[in-house]
Ligand binder design. Structure first.
Ligand SMILES: C[S@@+](CC[C@H](N)C(=O)[O-])C[C@H]1O[C@@H](n2cnc3c(N)ncnc32)[C@H](O)[C@@H]1O
Length: 198
């Protein structure tokens, strides 16, 4: 990671913490992933190696920049979806400042609409950090848009464990994948879509 991206990430992290301590309206909070989660996602993207990434829940672009920096090494792209116009505005500024814009496609939309029209087996890697109440209804689409051998990561799987119960039960019933909970940041639920469905 170059110095420009590293110092921008530190700045966005500090902004997010100060903002989230100050505002009470949840929709105005940035709710960024932890830096350790960013490092973890970055290693996963490098290892896979992922070229097509879908992120749901951009906020002001902190996690997107971790993903974009990693995918730039694979000559790939991150498509990131955010429905809040003010957060889209902030993310656009941050992407411009990062020098990584050519590795990012920012989509202002509801994720349900994006998932519904996305083609099958499009993505190597999907990162979800969004409306947890929707994860169960989005799951068939997430699985469908992921290529065989692809990886999905869900943030907050430990911090909001109870909100994942129905969803993880559905994943357990899905024959073509395996899952693993990793205690990094707020808890990362990793789901691998098998190459050869059982
Ligand atoms: C936890 S924040 C994302 C933080 C971001 N991943 C980061 O670490 O910098 C969740 C974001 O998801 C967005 N969101 C919630 N429901 C959504 C939906 N249905 N479609 C698109 N974005 C949504 C919210 O507006 C919010 O900005």
């Amino acid at each position: 990671m170059n110095e420009r991206v590293a110092s921008l990430l530190q700045e966005i992290e500090a902004f997010g913490k100060a903002n989230d301590a100050r505002v009470t309206d949840r929709s105005q909070k940035m709710l960024n992933i932890t830096p350790e989660t960013g490092e973890f996602l970055s290693i996963l993207v490098h290892l896979q190696p992922a070229k097509r990434i879908l992120e749901i829940g951009t906020s002001n672009g902190y996690s997107t920049l971790w993903l974009a920096d990693a995918v730039s090494g694979n000559d790939g792209i991150v498509e990131t979806v955010e429905k809040n116009p003010e957060k889209v505005r902030l993310a656009r500024i941050n992407f411009g400042r990062s020098g990584l814009s050519r590795f990012i496609r920012l989509v202002e939309a509801d994720a349900a609409e994006v998932l519904a029209v996305a083609a099958d087996s499009t993505y190597d890697f999907v990162f979800l950090d969004s409306e947890r109440t929707e994860y169960l209804s989005w799951w068939p689409h997430v699985l469908r848009v992921l290529r065989p051998g692809g990886l999905v990561v869900y943030d907050n799987a430990i911090s909001h464990k109870h909100e994942f119960e129905q969803f993880t039960a559905a994943v357990r019933r899905t024959p073509s994948c395996s899952k693993c909970l990793v205690p990094v940041g707020k808890g990362q639920l990793l789901i691998l879509k098998h190459r050869d469905p059982a």
